[in-house]
Design a protein around this ligand. Structure first.
Ligand SMILES: C[S@@+](CC[C@H](N)C(=O)[O-])C[C@H]1O[C@@H](n2cnc3c(N)ncnc32)[C@H](O)[C@@H]1O
Length: 323
């Protein structure tokens, strides 16, 4: 994804980066950092596949360096998370740079900061905006905070189903059989709804492994799923593998990477699930009705049944994973 605004601001002399370490918060894959000296950069990303991309490209993704000269906030889709990142950035360094797409709400963030600080330098370009300001001091009301959903689960800005249980996930729980086996995997486990529910009603489960790419969700799951049979893995479920195969996998797979729907991600979850199961293992999956998962299920499992679903969701039971 080309992001020309930072380069424009630097090349045209509108913005000068100070000497010292520059943090970049949540840059998407392909975000253009070519004009910033690589040795100066420290990348922080909570989404495991993006974190791996920056690590593989040789950037510093380790622990936060002590002193930072500037922080670049790349605006995410969640408005609350974007504010939380700005609140974090102003406590990290004296200069804060914010870059984002209009469709992700960068203009309203810009307006809110202008209300607080008066005039702010900015480069509006390529369906987005880059703006920067000297740190004004803490913004406590924007800080990330855990909250309790109406059904009693802990969530925080930037996670899936931030407001409470997803309707599709609730349908999947209601459709599960009485016995799931002793070793169960939850792919894309989010803040832990499926895991928490199955542990309540399935005493036969000895080990539940929850695999989730978004660290913000893993942090919530640590509070929502405290049963000692559960372990959490911050990882990309399409490439992660269990040490011993699962008897059963439950999943409500992700259906978009950024703004656009991406059925390829759910299809990759199905292919990965088949590789993680024992020979006679079972996959229980819920999906939005319009998502095309049938062919992937047929490609990777010997038997597939649609077992119902309402209100825009469909439920599948697939077994006999193909080697
Ligand atoms: C539809 S949500 C379901 C969340 C949770 N299971 C629930 O029922 O509320 C899909 C989850 O997959 C996560 N995810 C996206 N890509 C992933 C990946 N490559 N590996 C693991 N998890 C991923 C998302 O962060 C999200 O939490």
């Amino acid at each position: 994804m080309a992001q020309p605004r930072l380069n424009t601001a630097l090349n045209e002399g509108l913005l000068t980066l100070p000497n010292g370490r520059i943090a970049v918060l949540r840059p998407p894959v392909g975000y253009d950092l070519s004009e910033v000296p690589r040795d100066a950069l420290w990348i922080s990303h909570g989404f495991a596949p993006d974190h791996a991309y920056w690590a593989d490209a040789g950037y510093d993704v380790g622990p936060q360096p002590g002193d930072l000269a500037a922080v670049i906030v790349v605006v995410p889709r969640s408005k609350a998370l974007a504010r939380a990142m700005v609140a974090q950035a102003v406590e990290m360094a004296p200069l804060v740079i914010v870059d984002g797409q209009r469709t992700d709400g960068v203009d309203s963030l810009f307006k809110e900061m202008r209300k607080r600080l008066g005039d702010i330098s900015s480069v509006p370009k390529a369906h987005g905006r880059l703006f920067w300001f000297d740190t004004p001091g803490p913004i406590p009301e924007w800080k990330a905070a855990f909250s309790k959903s109406p059904d009693g689960y802990v969530t925080q800005p930037g996670v899936f189903a931030e407001g409470g249980t997803d309707k599709g996930s609730a349908q999947l729980i209601a459709a599960l059989p009485a016995k799931l086996g002793t070793h169960v995997g939850d792919l894309g486990s989010g803040w832990g709804y499926l895991g928490s529910e199955v542990l309540k009603t399935h005493p036969e489960i000895a080990q539940l492994e929850m695999i989730e790419a978004e660290h913000l969700a893993v942090e919530c799951a640590a509070q929502n799923v405290t049963d000692p049979r559960a372990t959490s893995h911050w990882a990309d479920a399409t490439t992660w593998r269990p040490q011993t195969p699962f008897d059963t996998i439950i999943t409500n797979p992700p259906f978009h990477t950024s703004r656009a729907a991406d059925p390829g991600l759910g299809q990759a979850f199905i292919a990965a699930a088949a590789k993680m199961l024992v020979k006679h293992g079972h996959l229980w999956l819920v999906a939005n009705r319009h998502l095309p998962y049938e062919a992937a299920l047929g490609d990777h499992f010997g038997r597939v049944e649609e077992i119902g679903g309402t209100g825009g969701f469909k439920l599948f039971h697939a077994h006999r994973p193909k080697p």
